[in-house]
Design a binder for this molecule. Structure first.
Ligand code: XMP
Length: 430
């Protein structure tokens, strides 16, 4: 790492990530490390300009307050202690230092240079990836999501054709999504891309399966099997690229905090397929991942893509998936996205999508009775997806979307808007 770095030692504060972000916003790189890091390990990090000891709510582990290695006090690094030994009291204490104090510590006391930016980050990672990988090959499951797309672009820049991307089209992608993965990565970035058309295979396995959990298991399990089959066909692959990002690592638990959720990855690959991981984004927050993607030349539609569940449209075509309803979900979703973009809502609303339930209602089309499906539109805002409120979409916008869906999408005679917050509803329907 060429950039100067401020290390935050985790003494149980839940605000560590926010503090790291604040420092990075000052254009100084910052990382969180466990409280028991040794002077030797710290030295290995290179360019450490100062240390912040950030104590907090979880400092007491098994009745004992965690402490740093006392040898660190004699290593000559400037230190700033932000501690709340009274954190157990009722009042919420200010958890983050005043920004002026932080600036004074970072720039005056530590003499750190404001040299953290995406250009430097990319240069640095390209060098590290080349060092790690050498002349070996890296395999990457490229879903087209933000994280895997940015990892792919970064790996292509670092090692070009030594990266082998596998894109599995499971038939549950949104309109033109697989096509755009091929266009951007194969045609524009000249990636070594294996496109697997597994549409029939997935839809075959899902036929008649109505239970949401069962559907998710089939889609997830089948994805691993397809990826494994492709991996076995290849020779001389030693590394597996992954779009792990900083929140994944923080949420997997620290020595003081309890685990929030298990670290997600392309888990489930058989034991005999052993790969060393390449995770070049593992120190970035989501907005930094997006900035990195833009810097690497990815289109903003890909970089600002809204969250999309792994099982894709499979959990939005409710109950047992049928091809006609799946197409209706896909077409309605495309119209919704187009109209949200025209109305400027794509930048404002956190997540919006269409759902098609597996029952019909009576309607009238061309002067005759019809019995067709309905499209339910959902648009929500949230910070962390744990709770959500609905977007109060303008009636005119909803009217235009409804008109287009009713005229352009086959087998649909009704459009509804979901007014339910989370809780009690979840964001997705299945
Ligand atoms: P729920 O429905 O639980 O959704 O309120 C919360 C957020 O998670 C997304 N989601 C998923 N993301 N794999 C994913 O990567 C999944 O299986 C999955 N299920 C839900 C959902 O779209 C929402 O943003």
């Amino acid at each position: 790492m060429k950039q100067d770095m401020i290390v935050i030692l985790d003494l149980g504060s839940t605000e560590n990530a926010q503090l790291a972000r604040q420092i990075r916003e000052l254009r100084v790189y910052s990382e969180i490390h466990p409280h028991d890091i040794t002077p030797k390990e710290l030295e290995k990090l290179q360019n450490v300009k100062g240390i912040i000891l950030n104590g907090g709510e979880n400092r007491i582990v098994d009745g004992v307050a965690v402490e740093i290695d006392p040898a660190l006090y004699h290593c000559g690094y400037p230190m700033l202690a932000i501690d709340h030994p009274t954190a157990k009291c009722e009042a919420k204490l200010p958890a983050l230092p005043d920004i002026a104090l932080l600036k004074e510590f970072v720039f005056d006391t530590c003499q750190a240079q404001a040299n953290w930016n995406m250009k430097n980050f990319i240069e640095d990672q390209v060098e590290r990836i080349r060092q790690q990988v050498g002349d070996k090959k890296v395999l990457l499951a490229l879903s087209g999501g933000v994280d895997s797309s940015v990892v792919a672009a970064l790996l292509i820049k670092a090692i070009g054709k030594q990266l082998v991307c596998v894109h599995v089209n499971h038939g549950l992608m949104r309109k033109n999504e697989s096509e755009s993965v091929v266009e951007v990565f194969q045609n524009q970035l000249k990636a070594n891309l294996i496109y697997v058309d597994a549409v029939e295979r997935f839809l075959g396995k899902l036929e008649g399966v109505a239970d949401p959990e069962q559907k998710r298991k089939i889609i997830g399990g089948e994805f691993i099997r397809v990826f494994e089959e492709e991996a076995r066909k290849l020779e001389g692959i030693d590394f597996l690229g992954q779009g792990t990002i900083y929140p994944d690592i923080i949420e997997s638990g620290t020595k003081t905090a309890k685990m929030v959720k298990s670290h997600h990855n392309v888990g489930g690959l058989p034991e005999d397929l052993k790969f060393e991981l390449v995770e070049p984004l593992k120190q970035l927050f989501k907005d930094e991942v997006r900035a990195c993607g833009l810097e690497l030349g990815l289109p903003s539609t890909m970089v600002y893509r809204q969250p999309f569940p792994g099982p894709g449209l499979g959990v939005r075509c409710l109950g047992a998936i049928t091809r006609d309803r799946l197409e209706a979900v896909r077409e309605a979703d495309a119209i919704l996205r187009e109209e949200f973009e025209k109305a400027g809502l794509d930048k404002k609303v956190w997540q919006y999508f269409a759902v098609v339930p597996d029952f019909k209602s009576v309607g009238v089309k061309n002067n005759a009775r019809c019995f067709d499906y309905m499209v339910i539109i959902r648009a929500i805002n949230t910070v962390d997806a744990m709770s959500a409120t609905i977007e109060r979409v303008d009636w005119d916008v909803l009217g235009r979307i409804t008109d287009r869906i009713l005229t352009e999408v086959d087998h649909v005679n009704r459009v509804c808007y979901d007014m339910s917050p989370k809780p009690p509803a979840t964001i997705e329907f299945e």
